[in-house]
Design a protein around this ligand. Sequence first.
Ligand code: 2AM
Ligand code: CA
Length: 261
Amino acid sequence: MIIPIRTLEAIALQAGQIVKEARKSGPGWVSEKARNDFVTQTDKACEALIKEELGHLFPAIPMLAEEGSGNATGKEPVFFCVDPLDGTNNFVHGVPLFCVSIGLVENGRPTRGVVFDPVHDELYSAIEGHGATMNGHPIAASGRKHLDGAFVATGFPFVQMTRLDLYMAGFRRIVSITGGIRRCGSAALDLCWTASGRFDGFWELGLKPWDMAAGSVILREAGGAAGDLEGGDGFLFGGDIVAGATNELYDELRQLVRPAK
Ligand code: 2AM
Ligand code: CA
């Protein structure tokens, strides 16, 4: 079954409209799912809209979504992978970095993705094999091959602290080589900003599939690379992702995140 990318874009824009209105009126109720892990009425409202639209248009394709209203486990050959609001912590604090993220995963690989940033009105979109766009214009990763002086993004551990030492050891190695590191708080946007050339790379440990599904296909289609710490493809359910503007930068970054034994 063909999933028109325009349809996914339209749904992301509609969900973004909910987020835009909530920026004016407030996020509604806010609840802490786990320590430091928030959900708001707005996350729930966006997910309900996305579920309704996808369920109506593509009833045969299950959905895996962050707030749990979906019917997929992630083991299906084809499923939607949805983060109704990526960057909820930013949203709750009024920091203007969050987005709606809708991916399609086929046989374990993200093949379509749309990410809408309702603050900056930026709509990122990609179909595997057809390139990536932002607001309809083709985008390309920076092409940078080496970390020396590169501008990269990361995410710090925020729930599970068991791998904080591993993370900090990598961070220390990367700080001393790169030209700048940013922590934005929305993995989907970090991947899209690497796709559009703003960042040269990105890494984060312990993410969820909905944080990465759409952004990873957008980055790959913009000419960048995304993978796990071993150089493989297992990031979606493994949770650890390294991304680079090029294969070379991806390899250099992942070896610093966790050097080969
Ligand atoms: P979320 O807002 O959809 O939960 C970056 O660290 C990623 O982790 C984000 O994509 C964000 O997705 C998730 N996250 C959840 N809680 C977080 C927190 N307290 N701080 C930072 N990121 C958090
Ligand atoms: Ca979310």
